[in-house]
Design a protein around this ligand. Sequence first.
Ligand SMILES: [Zn+2]
Length: 453
Amino acid sequence: MALLITNARVVTWDDPNRIIENSAVLIEGERIAAVGAASELEAQHPEAERIDARGQLAMPGSICAHTHFYGAYSRGLAIPGPAPQDFPAILRQLWWPLDKALDERSVRYSALVCLVDAIKHGTTTLIDHHASPNFIDGSLDVIADAVDEAGPRAVLCYEVTDRDGSEKARAGIAENVRFLRAAKDRPRIGATFGLHASLTLSDETLEACASAADGLDTGFHIHVAEHEADEEDSLRKSGQRVVPRLQRFGILGPKTIVAHAVHTDEAERAILRDTGTWVSHQPRSNMNNAVGAAPIDRMREEGVKLVLGNDGFSNNMWAEWKAAYLLHKVANRDPRLAPGDFIAQMATQNNARLAEVFFPGETIGRLAPGAVADVILVDYHPFTPLAEGNLPWHILFGFEASMVTTTIVAGRVLMRDRALLTLDEAAITAEARAYAPTVWESYRRHAEQALHA
Ligand SMILES: [Zn+2]
């Protein structure tokens, strides 16, 4: 069955980007079959089901390079004891007790509420990093089933760590290995090998991960130098900074994502560049955790491959664009930094090339014949001229989350005119909320234990 989006202003996000007026997008099966003049495609495909875009922008769905579905139950959560004074304290008082509180049911609802949010905000591919140390085995299947039900594209992994003991570290490794194999048979689901961060990984565990990943044709997904503590710990443990330490175990490369890299030095960034490792930037999270502003303009000059994630913040990726655009200007008192075209390149073309790593053979993130049909409609009618050259600034200053009206992934319509078609938002919200007191109570017990440890 063919689907024809007519009467659209098409943004291709090709490289270079093109905007095509009075256009139509023909979708056949899971892929885009044609992009062209609306009048021609309408005449050629009278049988196709129509979506009249009414002059809206049709563009590829947003891609998120680093997120954590599992953090959903942190919304509105009270942290016992004094407010955490720095990022290591935030980990100890908030995230590590929260991940311990998760079981099968809360993992499922964490994923579903994030997927509702993603579809509503037009984010069609999400690269997730999961932790639930009291429910490890099979946890990635629970998330994958939620993704299947919802309809977006996702890349999943389990974060291996030594912080809960060697048995759970081994279970984390096994879950990655199991899921890397299982994901091959699942449509729209990719997999990678998750690691928490250098500061909670021993040499023995890094070695075990590298050897378990051997032969699975995978890279890794790991937090790097989010705070100085990661570098200090690595120097203490190994005499090396984080990036050379990870390189020694074969963790880096063109299939690996390192999140943050806020405190990497020039030599570390040269290694990231030379190994072709992806560096994901999460400005809202960095501001919230007060860890500093990653030197993204320098990394860009140095040739590091940069992508944009949200670290569990809302799946409205344009909010992340805006944070990136603003953060580096104020942090460095320089309005020339993080220009709009750079932010757009990072969030669209770069994120798309990263997504393609996990879906070999597919073209993702552009509206072009042969590409996957991951398409959104944006109800934006600007009062100034809009062209390829100034589109990034229209997005940064004009786009709002509420403007996404329709979300399509792999040719399947997940939201049409703001109505969700695959998920029952009210039911999911009610179920998630009904379980929240149980999750919060379990979190509180773990958090108090951590406080008195
Ligand atoms: Zn993260």
